[in-house]
Design a binder for this molecule. Structure first.
Ligand SMILES: [Mg+2]
Length: 172
């Protein structure tokens, strides 16, 4: 069976951008809908480009918006006509603080919340490994995930260059 292709997707700083929120504010436009801040159309189109090039890619939401639940995310996806299919959300990672020795680097790494959530998702859903990219504006990930991380600038979110990098990783 071919390996899954997965896009771990953050929203704030990735699809919800500072640039777009600023433009909406300056224009006197509505800045959110019932789901939250409106996403930046350019960032959304760049995500759409990734899904056009790699239509089999599965979206796994790794954003705090996931706390609203999978049904809510699916509703948001359809209401905003977002690209691709949301396949799931990452599990919540709660570090075992009582057992962390802060002098130990490997244990510091254990505090990388989102990185551990991605790791956990892969262990549960793609134990044989998968091709994946992580779109996020924060470096909250594990060293082994570095080459998969496409770090966005929260001002503009996913750019055409970010999309090209994702396509390359997912199709190599
Ligand atoms: Mg973010």
């Amino acid at each position: 069976m071919p390996k899954k292709k997965v896009i771990f997707l953050d929203f704030d700083g990735v699809l919800n951008t500072e640039r777009h929120q600023l433009a909406l504010r300056l224009g006197g436009w509505r800045r959110q809908d019932e789901y939250g801040p409106l996403f930046d159309p350019e960032a959304v189109e760049n995500l759409r480009a990734v899904l056009s090039a790699v239509p089999e890619a599965l979206i796994v939401v790794n954003s705090s918006w996931k706390l609203e639940g999978m049904d809510w995310i699916l509703e948001l996806w359809s209401a905003r006509d977002l690209p691709g299919k949301v396949y799931g959300v990452t599990p919540d990672y709660v570090p075992d603080l009582l057992n962390i020795d802060l002098d130990d680097y490997d244990n510091i790494v254990m505090l990388a919340g989102k990185g551990n959530e991605v790791k956990q998702w892969i262990a549960e859903h793609a134990p044989g490994g998968c091709h994946y990219v992580i779109f996020d504006d924060m470096p909250d990930f594990l060293p082994e995930q570095e080459e998969h991380l496409i770090r966005t600038d929260p001002y503009v979110g996913i750019t055409a260059e970010n999309a090209a990098a994702a396509i390359q990783i997912l199709t190599e």
